[in-house]
Write a protein that binds this ligand. Structure first.
Ligand SMILES: O=C(O)CCC(=O)C(=O)O
Length: 186
């Protein structure tokens, strides 16, 4: 189940794209200052301050990310071309705590492309505390807008295994690419 304002787009990329992206990503340096490894493109996100500042500009997206960003914009998933990407790597027992993406700082749409192992994402309503769970599978795109973007937290529990369709599944390595449009305070 997904909160209102969230969409899950199957087959956003095909398997050969997934393999090429993983190869590309693994040839580039990872940052190791969190419990999980990350790469930042476009703007560096300050995980402690939970915001993006204008001195955090890293430069234009590299072409392999710019192609995906252009596709997201041309498909009208974003109103303005995403100019920031965070790549997260989750090994078993690594996750991301429940959060609402910063505002202001990044725009109304967040889109996350999954590669590698499937895992469960948990959503919790900021207002009611209600919760929902959704399986995120590789090559699929999760889009958060409206309520799902602003009124629900999302996170990935740090677990070794998930129960998926009543089966205990041992988790593998998941990598995600999260696209955002930075909105700097003027
Ligand atoms: O890894 C994901 O699928 C979600 C990433 C995320 O929530 C974030 O980067 O803020």
């Amino acid at each position: 189940m997904l909160p209102a304002g969230a969409r899950y787009l199957p087959n956003f990329i095909i398997q050969s794209d997934e393999e090429a992206l993983l190869g590309q990503i693994d040839n580039l340096p990872w940052l190791g200052d969190l419990k999980r490894r990350v790469q930042h493109y476009g703007y560096r996100y300050d995980h402690k301050a939970r915001r993006v500042t204008d001195n955090a500009y890293l430069g234009a997206l590299p072409s392999w990310l710019n192609d995906l960003s252009t596709r997201l914009w041309e498909a009208a998933i974003f109103d303005a071309k995403p100019d920031q990407v965070i790549i997260n790597e989750y090994l078993p027992e690594q996750g991301i705590s429940a959060h609402v993406d910063c505002e202001p700082g990044v725009g109304d749409t967040i889109a996350s492309l999954s590669l590698g192992s499937a895992c469960l994402m948990e959503f919790s309503s900021v207002r009611s505390g209600g919760s929902l769970t959704r399986l995120l599978e590789p090559q699929r795109l999760l889009v958060l807008q409206d309520e799902a973007r602003f009124e629900w937290k999302h996170g990935i529990p740090a677990r070794k295994s998930d129960v998926i369709e009543q089966q205990k599944v041992t988790l593998g390595r998941k990598v995600s690419l999260t696209f955002r449009t930075v909105v700097l305070a003027r």
